[in-house]
Ligand binder design. Sequence first.
Ligand code: CUA
Length: 148
Amino acid sequence: MDKHELRVMALTGGLLSIFLFAIIYNAFSRKIDVPTCVPYTGVFKKPHIKKVDDLNYEVYAVAHMWSYDPDEITIPSGSTIDLYLTSLDVVHGFNIVLKGVNLMAVPGGVSKTTITFNDPGIYRIVCHEYCGAGHQYMMGKIIVTDKR
Ligand code: CUA
């Protein structure tokens, strides 16, 4: 190994150390964290299902790593849900399998849709936007009962 090679290696090592130090220093000194932000805090502070009348519901749902809140919604068949959805951290998906409902839960924003469930059954909700290590476990369900 000649001395040019050694010099290049030393320079590379030195630069790498500086970059690593800068990244670690910034991560700790600025307390970098995933932002948490819920718009319209009044309704989303506590995610909930609001019964408007026997066949109309409003759902205020919050997605976060790696679940939905609420993660289970039970309604009688024939019901209509006004769904308001936001995210606490990163972009998540909200796909109601068999219903063709395909929403994004975006931090700082609210997605809204209206869905009617005429057939009783269990409708699975899956996150279809990659959101980190627990993405594949992120799911919920809507249980549509046949009693009215
Ligand atoms: Cu949430 Cu993928």
